[in-house]
Design a protein around this ligand. Structure first.
Ligand code: NAI
Ligand code: ENO
Length: 365
């Protein structure tokens, strides 16, 4: 894989980050890239990330083993026809787009299924452009792969291996399922964030009191409203059915919430917040990206002085570093349990064996 030739069409936040991850892992890879932003693509060549700048989708891409389409989703689709004319038969054609059905449909129409595996790294941020790209962006992040029905097992396995060696965690999904899932966990939240920001702006006074007082909670749930408008416009247009369906159900949920407030239903209101807190607390947290693999263990612990220190000492004296540690209480662990997070899988496995040896009761989730 170290001598591969790799093509990029679009070299912004995600394209740039994948290209940097490839160069970091496989320095001999030759990267050919096309991006209408000439300033950033020249900068990428100066930095040594790009070897050849392509002026269009032409023969420059004919020797590529992998080609990554990394422009906004609708633009990616427009390149498939010209790529079909230049790629070699072994080429794995992939994309990083947030929506998969629209590109798969075009791939089927163009009979490119023997080459195409859809891709979606579940990592990113509200930032845009090559200047914000970093080699570690996709590290430890789930990377969804949606292989075409006619692509060979060999190509799928080769691509899974490639993604894994770049530090991501590949998951294979059907492209339609991918679009329903991402509509709920990614597209709907972006719509809610942007509409809430616009709503507050409309409701604010001329002195901008709301804007000036907006605190942590508002900022936490609206960070993603700073994302690229073109990218999100295209996601809404290409995943229309799923988003509309879920938005409809969500509006009903909000309407039910309003009814409970209007009729002052104390118990129901309490339960809505309690259920949400419970479910939210059960979702693994990570500062590195939206969906990352977490290496964690839960340990029953007697509520006595020095309990946490004893465990920390056992782990430290065996050279196991702890990333995060703390007591949690919820329905699953009514009496409280110690949650210990590690930096990697090996540390988590070694800690498990060690704590079991010391007769602790350990759970994995
Ligand atoms: N931003 C995020 O957090 C994530 C984005 N994605 C997907 O990655 C893709 C790229 O998004 P970002 O890198 O975030 O956006 P970006 O705005 O940082 O980069 C897009 C790049 O595409 C280039 N571009 C624009 N029009 C083009 C065209 N017609 N032909 C070729 N290149 C063109 C731009 O010059 C820019 O360099 C999108 O399809 C998006 O759905 C996937 C995962 C996360
Ligand atoms: O910044 C965040 O929290 C994101 O949600 C980033 C993101 C944006 C689009 C995707 O398709 C995947 C991830």
């Amino acid at each position: 894989m170290n001598d591969s030739q790799v093509g990029f069409i679009g070299l912004g936040l995600i394209g740039g980050s994948v290209a940097k991850a490839i160069k970091a892992k496989y320095p001999n890879t030759k990267i050919t890239a096309y991006d209408p932003n000439t300033k950033s693509i020249h900068f990428a060549r100066q930095e040594g990330v790009v070897d050849t700048i392509a002026a269009s989708i032409d023969d420059a891409f004919s020797c590529c083993d992998f080609i990554f389409l990394c422009a906004p989703v609708s633009y990616n689709i427009t390149y498939l026809t010209s790529l079909k004319a230049v790629i070699k038969p072994e080429c794995i054609l992939t994309d990083v787009g947030s929506v998969k059905t629209s590109i798969h449909e075009k791939v089927i129409e163009l009979e490119l299924e023997e080459n195409f595996i859809g891709g979606h790294p579940m990592a990113g941020s509200e930032k845009t452009g090559y200047e914000n790209s970093v080699s570690h962006l996709i590290e430890n992040a789930y990377y969804v792969l949606t292989p075409s029905s006619k692509i060979s097992e060999d190509k799928i396995m080769h691509y899974i291996d490639y993604v894994e060696t770049l530090g991501s965690i590949p998951i294979v999904l059907d492209y339609k399922e991918h679009d329903y899932v991402t509509a709920a966990i990614s597209h709907l939240p972006h719509i809610i964030a942007s509409s809430l920001v616009n709503f507050v702006e409309k409701k604010d006074s001329s002195e901008k009191i709301m804007k000036n007082m907006a605190a942590g909670g508002f900022k936490d749930i609206t960070r993603i409203a700073s994302s690229s408008p073109t990218m999100w416009q295209q996601i809404c247009l290409t995943n229309k059915e799923n988003i509309s369906l879920l938005l409809n159900d969500y509006i009903e949920e909000l309407s039910h919430f309003k009814d409970l407030i209007d009729s002052a239903c104390e118990n129901d209101l309490y339960h809505i917040f309690d259920d949400a807190r419970e479910y939210r607390n059960s979702i693994a947290n990570s500062s590195l990206g939206p969906i990352k693999k977490i290496y964690e263990l839960y340990c029953d612990i007697i509520d006595e002085a020095g309990g946490i220190a004893t465990i920390a000492t056992i782990l430290a004296s065996n050279n196991i570093s702890i990333k995060n540690i703390g007591i949690i209480h919820n329905r699953e662990f009514v009496e409280g349990a110690l949650r210990i997070e590690f930096y990697d899988e090996d540390s988590s496995k070694r800690a498990f064996a060690l704590l079991v040896k010391y007769s602790y009761h350990i759970y994995e989730r």
